[in-house]
Design a protein around this ligand. Structure first.
Ligand SMILES: C[S@@+](CC[C@H](N)C(=O)[O-])C[C@H]1O[C@@H](n2cnc3c(N)ncnc32)[C@H](O)[C@@H]1O
Length: 88
């Protein structure tokens, strides 16, 4: 699972504590670092409009809430594994 622009990590925490492996991404990870463990990877990334998608593909699920950057939508769609889904 991928929690993109995770903020305080409320969805990351829910996913991790529900047993999912989750990659957590934000440009400010200060509130997210305490979540890091064997099931939760925290990555500090500045998502630039024109930069290549830095997060790989084949996520079972991607969560993006309270953040809009339309230029990222194709990369998000491509990063979802077959049968997966996105909550935007
Ligand atoms: C309103 S919060 C949303 C947090 C979370 N998704 C939620 O709903 O609780 C927006 C987050 O987006 C992050 N953010 C905004 N622009 C960003 C960028 N260009 N790259 C990475 N993170 C960004 C901010 O650091 C902030 O934590």
């Amino acid at each position: 699972m991928l929690d993109l622009v995770a903020g305080g990590g409320r969805h990351s925490r829910l996913l991790r504590d529900s047993g999912f492996r989750v990659r957590v991404v934000d440009r400010d990870v200060s509130a997210l670092l305490p979540l890091a463990d064997g099931r939760c990877e925290v990555r500090q990334i500045e998502l630039e409009v024109d930069a290549p998608w830095p997060l790989g593909n084949w996520y079972d699920g991607i969560v993006v809430t309270n953040y809009v950057r339309r230029s990222l939508l194709p990369a998000i769609a491509k990063a979802i594994a077959p049968g997966g889904g996105a909550l935007i």
